[in-house]
Design a protein. Structure first.
Length: 567
């Protein structure tokens, strides 16, 4: 059977004040005053203690309970009703017990218990008024029979009276005062040691850490400032020193106050103010251990799954693993999607086990973040989806020569949100992926790698020149152009019979789309040379009548200044 009779402090203990020697009593009172003045102000948080007691009694289903405090110690709890609150009842019981303790003629052995039917009463002897009654509600709050509780409380009251008298004996007061004085000296010595030790530690940081921070600052190209780290370390040391000092003062105050009956309850209250939150945190940590084990296991499984997925897609990218219908270029984009899916799945599973996930504040923050993400990331999401869509559509890849809208360039980088192009003019153009997805893309490199890209140009030749001669000259110009493929062979189309000329289209294959501009330049130069060599005029778009002489450039004028003859 468990009974609340003590608060965990050993007795130092008393007689009635009337039995104390006057000189010793004055000496004890003087030392107690000195100790009280040396201590920081201690507030006896009575209301918080009552809240703790009510919370403890709530586990028994009791609405209102209060502790009976005698000689600075909580002896037992009593219940109350709206007409007679527990606090008032407990206070009156405590005062009656202390009044009996102050009466040197009263013998605690004469305490007796009587059963009045609906309640039990404890009397201070054969006659006199009852000290208090033990109700059925008191027994229910303790979870024992009323008869057992009554006899147990009688023993507790007797012990309280004996402790009250023992704690007020002159010898006990003197001894406790010496203990308090000794603890004060110990506190002063400990505080001196703490301040001395932290000064030495601060000097060590100045000598050793400062040199290393200077090296780190140099290596980081002054992005990282050594003074900032030293400032953080000094601040952490000051905070740690303050915590140690407060802990020492708190321990001293709690010990010194617990030595004397007048301040013992204040020490108990001060201890409860610190111990209750710490105990709550410890209980919360212990209760969280099963969830923590689950989260650790989930983390390890998720990490292993990510490593496994990375290994598989690395093998696909290196072509060590081939899957029918799955291109190697899709490996890393697909891995990123799989990785996000694994992480989201793990977070969904872990969410109920995260501390505070069921709280209204946690849910409110989650909803707020979701709304902000939805409102602020519409274009971002569309670009991300477009980026992955283009990857699987295989519209282009790194190094391809493409035309997107009015921009022609080589693909230099494909990111989730944008694509970077480098134009022939050495310009970098950044295009959002959503724009690419919703527009038209011309890829010059796709067919050039397999079958060759067709470069073409149109020339207008007069009707007086045989078309067979024209085709022969165009084939000769294509043959002279280095960079065109021999297979497939060039071919010519007769595009139209114009008003003044026949329009011929020369088509030739090239294997490198990035050389388009250079090949077009060489092809046009060779066409002009071949036609000039053969005295055939390339017609202008429109004219009024044929000239008296054909408009050709004789060979001797091919290298007219400032042109130079390579021979």
């Amino acid at each position: 059977m468990t009974h609340k009779t003590t608060n965990g402090y050993s007795g130092r203990n008393s007689d009635s004040p009337s039995l104390a020697d006057p000189v010793a009593r004055r000496l004890g009172s003087f030392l107690l005053l000195v100790i009280t003045l040396m201590l920081p102000p201690v507030v006896c948080a009575q209301s918080q203690t009552e809240i703790k007691d009510a919370a403890a009694s709530a586990s028994f289903g009791v609405v209102d309970t209060a502790p009976v405090v005698v000689n600075g110690r909580m002896r037992f709890h009593v219940v109350g009703v709206s007409a007679y609150p527990a606090k008032r009842r407990a206070g009156e019981i405590g005062r009656r017990i202390e009044a009996l303790a102050q009466d040197p003629t009263f013998d605690p052995k004469t305490l007796r218990v009587e059963d009045a039917g609906a309640y039990h009463e404890i009397f201070p002897g054969e006659s006199g008024k009852a000290i208090f009654r033990i109700l059925e509600a008191d027994a229910k709050s303790e979870g024992i029979l009323r008869t057992v509780l009554a006899h147990t409380l009688r023993t507790s009251v007797a012990e309280s009276i004996n402790d009250y008298r023992r704690d007020r004996k002159p010898a006990v007061l003197t001894k406790n005062a010496l203990y308090a004085a000794g603890s004060t000296v110990v506190l002063i010595v400990l505080l001196y040691v703490v301040f001395w030790g932290f000064r030495r530690l601060d000097g060590f940081l100045q000598r050793r850490v400062k040199l290393r921070t200077q090296k780190l600052e140099t290596q980081s190209k002054r992005i990282f400032r050594g003074e900032q780290l030293l400032g953080l370390l000094h601040g952490a040391l000051r905070m740690l020193r303050a915590l140690v000092v407060l802990f020492l003062i708190y321990g001293f105050a709690n010990f010194a106050l617990s030595l004397f009956p007048q301040t013992r309850y204040a020490a108990h209250t001060m201890f409860a103010l610190v111990a209750a939150p710490l105990g709550g945190m410890v209980d919360a940590v212990i209760a969280f251990i099963p969830d923590l084990v689950f989260l650790v296991v989930l983390f390890l499984i998720t990490r292993y799954a990510l490593k496994l997925a990375r290994g598989v897609f690395t093998a696909i990218d290196n072509k060590r693993l081939q899957i029918k219908g799955f291109e190697a270029d899709w490996a890393w984009p697909t891995y990123r999607l799989v990785r996000v899916g694994i992480i989201i799945f793990a977070l969904v599973i872990a969410y109920p086990f995260i501390p505070g996930s069921e709280s209204a504040a946690f849910k409110g923050i989650s909803v707020l973040l979701g709304v902000l993400f939805s409102l602020g990331s519409t274009s971002v999401i569309s670009n991300v989806i477009a980026g992955y869509t283009m990857t699987y559509r295989r519209a282009f890849r790194i190094g391809d020569r493409v035309k997107i809208g009015d921009t022609v360039g080589d693909v230099k980088e494909m990111r989730v949100l944008v694509t970077h192009l480098k134009t022939p003019k050495n310009e970098e153009v950044v295009i959002p992926n959503s724009t690419i997805l919703n527009g038209e893309v011309t890829n010059y490199s796709t067919m050039a790698r397999d079958q060759g890209l067709i470069l073409h140009t149109i020339v207008g030749i007069g009707y007086d020149v045989p078309w067979r001669q024209v085709e022969a000259m165009l084939f000769l110009a294509a043959e002279r152009t280095e960079g065109f493929l021999k297979e497939p062979k060039p071919f010519i189309r007769h595009k139209s019979l114009g008003d003044y000329a026949v329009n011929y289209e020369l088509n030739a294959y090239c294997g490198d789309a990035s050389q388009m501009n250079e090949l077009y330049t060489d092809m046009h130069r060779n066409i002009q040379d071949v036609f000039n060599e053969n005295g055939v005029q390339i017609m202008s778009p429109a004219y009024k009548e044929d000239p008296a002489e054909p408009k050709i450039v004789p060979k001797e004028r091919w290298y007219t200044s400032p042109a130079t003859d390579p021979g």
